[in-house]
Each structure stands twice: as C-alpha cells, then as structure tokens.
Design a protein. Structure first.
Length: 211
C-alpha cells in the first residue's frame, strides 16, 4: 500500500522529523511505499516562501492518493495532523497508529500484477480527464446534465455490445455473432471512458463538476 505518515512538525522540528522518519522506515521495511511530508519538505520553513494553507492543500493532495494513513505519536498536538486525519476519514482511508502499523493488503499480496495495473489505470484516467476537460470545458456535461451523461454511457455500452457481436434486432435479441475488431477507438479506451463518465456522474450529482 501507499501509506501517508502524519504527525506534529512544529515545535522541536528535528525531533518531530526524526520520529516521523523512524515510522516511515518501519513501513518501508514492511513492504509499503511511504509518503512522509516531514522529510519531503524538511526545514523548508527556513527559506521557502510557502504559506501554511499551501502546505495543507498539498498534503491533502497527497493524502487523497494514499491507501492508508499512520499517525505518529503526539499527533494530537498538531493542527495539521488533525486536518489530515479528518480528511482521510472523509475519504474512507484507513487510519492506523504508530504502535499498530498496517499489514500489507492481502489483495496486493495475492494479485500484485492486478493491483499495480489498477493503480496505473486509475492514474491514467485522472490525467486523461484533466486533458480532455481542457479541450471540452465542463460545459459539455453541464449543458445536458445527467440525461446527457447517461446517453454517453449508453453509447459506449452499445459500442461494446456491438463489438462483442450482440444482436440488437428484436427477433435475435440476446444472441451473438462473432466478435468484431474495432476500427478506431480500442475496446480498452471504451472501458476507460465508461469508468471516467461514471466518476463524472458522481461529481455532477454532488454539485462539484465544473467547480
């Protein structure tokens, strides 16, 4: 799993960095990948002109990409750690503590290639969404709303059914011909578009699309 280490930074900065570093090392030794902002931006406060709010926004950006969070002892005294923990809980990210570190996830152990490929696909979907939204703008979804989005989902689904050889005529409904080879967009791209449209649907319903 990708694990985020959260804990107190200000005060005795060097001691707090050392405590977070020790937890990060233990997690790496257990087989996890680790994000430890204490080390990522250690002593930036000396000469880096970044505001507290900018750091928090960046930290939450990292938290959202993680599979678990570990709280370093003493985290209760940190305003930032409390914000990170609350955000992780909102996203359903499991919270662990320094004295009870997370084990490797059984799915990652049992199906490592599947887990790696899933992470890669999700990351690619996000980047494609960013680029396509630049071209289309949010208006392409907002203009027709949820009905338009469902139409797009059906369009992609119908394409997959057709490529699989599904017969759409009433008399032959439910039967299949031989699968067809796509001439333009790949089947993988169609599946990816379906997944992206599904996420857009959730954002639209939550009132977050285009904001």
């Amino acid at each position: 799993m990708l694990v985020y280490v959260s804990g107190k930074y200000t005060g005795d900065v060097d001691a707090n960095i050392g405590a977070a570093r020790a937890v990060a090392i233990r997690l790496w030794e257990m087989g996890h990948a680790v994000l430890c902002p204490h080390l990522n931006t250690q002593h930036f406060e000396i000469d880096c002109q970044v505001t507290y709010d900018q750091y928090i926004e960046g930290d939450l950006n990292m938290v959202a990409r993680c599979d678990a969070m570990v709280m370093v002892n003493g985290w209760e005294a940190s305003k930032g750690a409390k914000i990170e923990k609350e955000y992780a809980e909102k996203l359903g990210i499991p919270i662990f503590y320094e004295n009870n570190l997370p084990s490797l996830h059984p799915t990652e152990i049992r199906c490592p290639e599947q887990a790696r490929a899933f992470r890669e696909i999700v990351g690619k979907m996000y980047r494609v969404h960013l680029d396509k939204n630049t071209d289309y703008s949010p208006a392409n979804i907002m203009a027709t709303g949820e009905i338009g989005l469902i139409t797009r989902l059906w369009d992609k689904t119908a394409r997959l059914l057709n490529l699989l050889g599904f017969r759409f005529s009433i008399q032959d409904a439910g039967t299949f011909d031989a699968p067809k080879t796509p001439k333009h967009e790949s089947i993988d791209d169609t599946y990816q578009d379906l997944a992206v449209y599904a996420i857009i649907g959730i954002l639209l319903r939550a009132g977050k699309w285009g904001k």
